[in-house]
Design a protein around this ligand. Structure first.
Ligand SMILES: Cc1cc2nc3c(=O)[nH]c(=O)nc-3n(C[C@H](O)[C@H](O)[C@H](O)COP(=O)(O)O)c2cc1C
Length: 193
């Protein structure tokens, strides 16, 4: 049985392009996985705090400090439970939302999701990730900066099998409907490969 962890980060709970494409993805995923389990982590409805000194000290301490690491432990357990991960992320000021960065700061953790024995190694094995991104402007660079950043974070934890469904130019009404249709077709293709 497949378990999918869905992580949303748009502050818009209504009329969000990334969330809407995420919903479409889930609809398709459910058709393929009627018995599958979906874990939802909504970083807008339930934001996680930024890391602080106490938390980081606990991450690197040999003495367990459950009080300081309990949220990180919970989020990491959630990732381990899932064999598929869907991340929906808008672009805010040229990067991922601070809520999503705060989330990654809690889950990218030494000895838990990566190890540093001689060489660095991601500890999350056999997981497949999907990244849905949205940005108001038209992509100017060769590669989407949201995808670059999220890929680095996932790779660092050992997740290397990643599919991307980007939406750029969301503020251009004449363009976006066609792009949404295109990415919906890409999602259908993904499930019929
Ligand atoms: C605070 C904020 C910052 C933004 N910064 C950028 C930006 O740097 N580049 C860009 O292309 N669009 C930017 N946008 C536009 C969003 O990326 C765009 O509206 C996108 O569709 C948001 O995703 P959503 O539709 O899932 O909410 C910004 C929007 C907000 C609210």
């Amino acid at each position: 049985m497949n378990t999918l962890l869905r992580i949303d980060s748009s502050v818009r709970t209504q009329n969000s392009f990334s969330r809407a494409l995420g919903d479409y993805f889930i609809q398709q995923w459910k058709e393929k996985n009627p018995e599958g389990v979906i874990i939802e982590r909504d970083l807008t409805l339930k934001p996680v705090p930024h890391i602080n000194e106490q938390t980081v000290n606990a991450f690197f301490s040999e003495i367990p400090d459950v009080e300081s690491t309990c949220l990180s432990d919970e989020l990491i357990n959630e990732i381990y439970q899932a064999n598929e991960i869907l991340i929906t992320s808008p672009m805010y000021n040229f990067g991922i939302p601070s809520s999503l960065k705060a989330y990654f700061d809690l889950v990218v953790r030494t000895k838990k999701t990566f190890s540093e024995n001689i060489t660095r190694k991601g500890l999350l094995e056999n997981k497949k990730a999907y990244v849905i991104s949205s940005m108001g402007g038209i992509l100017q660079e060769k590669r989407n900066p949201l995808e670059i950043h999220i890929t680095q974070l996932l790779n660092h934890m050992g997740v290397t099998d990643i599919s991307y469904f980007p939406l750029d130019g969301t503020v251009i009404e004449t363009r976006i409907a066609e792009l949404v249709n295109f990415q919906q077709a890409e999602i259908v293709k993904q499930f019929n490969e």
